[in-house]
Design a protein around this ligand. Structure first.
Ligand SMILES: [Zn+2]
Length: 492
């Protein structure tokens, strides 16, 4: 039986165009070696018509477990072995780069299409898992937001957690984003991982896709060196270099400070991709042009200033001016204090290109904490933690919610409680929220009602993260900042 699965896996690779038929015997032999089979019986097998390989990989992994080739049967151990199997049927890293570059000279979109296809068909992006994510859109006062409950990150087995504790500080690779993961067979299993070198601001970066795709073509651009996240003048040049090379993708950076930054601060990286985010449709509340740069204030739960220009040098200059001004800006009337014994003001910049116009959304952030808000004054507040407790990163700044997997079971529970008009247990994290929902619920379509309420709660998380609140008095202070900025731009 194992023979036929090996053959079907190789046939799948050829059919999907990720394996050259010239490498047929080579791949068969590599797989046999991995599965400790001394010989291969090349029998006729039915060619499967499958879009992704999990149905062939599963019986092979069952075999691997039954033969004790992997010692402990956990999701992670299976994923790690699976990556080794897939590595046998995909091109070497340099071949992927050569192919990508050849296509890029013709058409940049063809190049990313090729690489995205490879990342999915090699099961580096496990579409059988990501397809299970719960996705919907809900209307909010800020437009139609994208909501996702992401189920594709593997469940952590307690055995894996114990093993990962033994990882030392000077481990290899240094962090999850390091380029040394290409072909790396240790945790989390990146044998089939491929990356594409890029030059941004005359520095070496690498392009890869996120295995957990939060949206279409969710890519990560990581620095060649393991250096901490830091937004600086260079950031804007790198972002624009990227959108010049890949005009069909956006690219954004998380802020370089904890609380308002992403989940990995130890390695400089950006996130991009091809998805239309709600922020792009935000209503423009005011705009003014200084030289060739248009400065827009948009209606958004976070405080965002949008810069637009066809002139690359001028928009970079305007971005740097805004960044420098914000870094040391204080307005105690709304709780903005740029420094205590450490810096607090930061920016989440997101760049894209439309026709020949550069667009840069600059979200103003502050990571100060207080006794009342120990997790962050401008961070989701405790009454919203039942929906979202983690940092508001750049993807969420753009209006796409990445919500915890637990909601998959919790939302049906709330639904049942609403329909039967029963209170949840007092220690349930949704206890208060459910009571609030009960008073609003009036026999509407329950699924739609709940989805809309989750979106409103998420909007409230975003508003918590906004340095200027929606109230008139706070918006007036935002206008004061914008006026200061415009003055600064005129001065130069
Ligand atoms: Zn690293």
């Amino acid at each position: 039986m194992i023979n036929s699965y090996i053959k079907q896996l190789v046939q799948y690779g050829i059919k999907q165009g990720i394996l050259d038929s010239m490498d047929y015997s080579y791949s068969i032999n590599k797989l046999c070696d991995l599965l400790m089979l001394p010989s291969f019986n090349d029998i006729e097998v039915e060619e499967l018509n499958i879009k992704e390989p999990s149905s062939v990989l599963k019986p092979i992994l069952d075999y691997v477990v039954s033969q004790k080739i992997i010692e402990v049967d956990t999701v992670l151990n299976r994923d790690m072995f699976e990556a080794k199997l897939m590595d046998c049927i995909i091109p070497r890293p340099s071949e992927v780069v050569t192919q990508f570059n050849e296509l890029w000279w013709k058409d940049t979109k063809e190049a990313t299409d090729y690489f995205y296809h490879l990342s999915k068909k090699s099961n580096y992006i496990k579409t059988s898992r990501t397809d299970k994510n719960i996705i919907w859109k809900s209307e909010t006062p800020f437009g139609l937001l994208d909501m996702t409950v992401n189920l594709s990150k593997p469940e952590k087995d307690p055995l894996d957690i114990i093993a990962s504790k033994n990882k030392t500080e000077n481990s290899y690779p240094k962090c999850l984003l390091c380029k040394e993961h290409v072909g790396y067979s240790g945790r989390p299993g990146r044998s089939s991982h491929r990356i594409i070198p890029l030059e941004l601001n005359e520095e070496l970066f690498h392009l890869q896709y996120s295995p957990y795709v939060y949206y279409n073509e969710h890519c990560i651009v990581l620095k060649n060196e393991h250096e901490p996240m830091n937004v600086s003048d260079k950031t804007f040049k790198r972002l624009f270099d990227f959108v010049d090379q890949f005009p069909h993708y956006f690219l954004g950076s998380n802020a370089g400070l904890p609380i308002v930054g992403g989940s990995i601060l130890s390695h400089e990286h950006y996130q991009g991709g091809s998805h239309h985010f709600a922020i792009e449709d935000a209503e423009v509340q005011s705009e003014i042009k200084v030289k060739e740069v248009t400065i827009k204030k948009i209606k958004w739960p976070l405080s965002v200033i949008r810069l637009e220009s066809g002139n690359r040098d001028q928009i970079i200059h305007a971005a740097i001016t805004l960044f420098d001004l914000w870094e040391q800006y204080n307005d105690e009337s709304v709780g903005i204090i740029s420094k205590t014994d450490e810096p607090h003001n930061a920016i989440t910049p997101i760049a894209r290109k439309q026709d020949d116009v550069y667009i840069l959304d600059m979200a103003l952030r502050n990571n100060r904490t207080s006794d009342l808000y120990p997790l962050g004054i401008f961070h989701p507040h405790s009454e919203n933690h039942n929906i979202k407790k983690e940092n508001i990163g750049l993807i969420e700044v753009m209006g796409l919610a990445v919500l915890p997997a637990r909601l998959q079971t919790e939302l049906p529970m709330i639904k049942d409680a609403l329909l039967s008009k029963k209170d949840l247990d007092k220690d349930n994290i949704h206890y208060e929220w459910k009571k609030e929902l009960q008073s609003k619920y009036n026999n509407q379509n329950i699924a739609e009602f709940l989805h809309n309420e989750v979106a409103l709660k998420f909007t409230s998380c975003l508003e918590d993260a906004g340095v200027y609140k929606q109230e008139e008095s706070s918006q007036v202070r935002f206008d004061v900042f914008i006026n200061n900025y415009i003055k600064e731009l005129h001065h130069q």
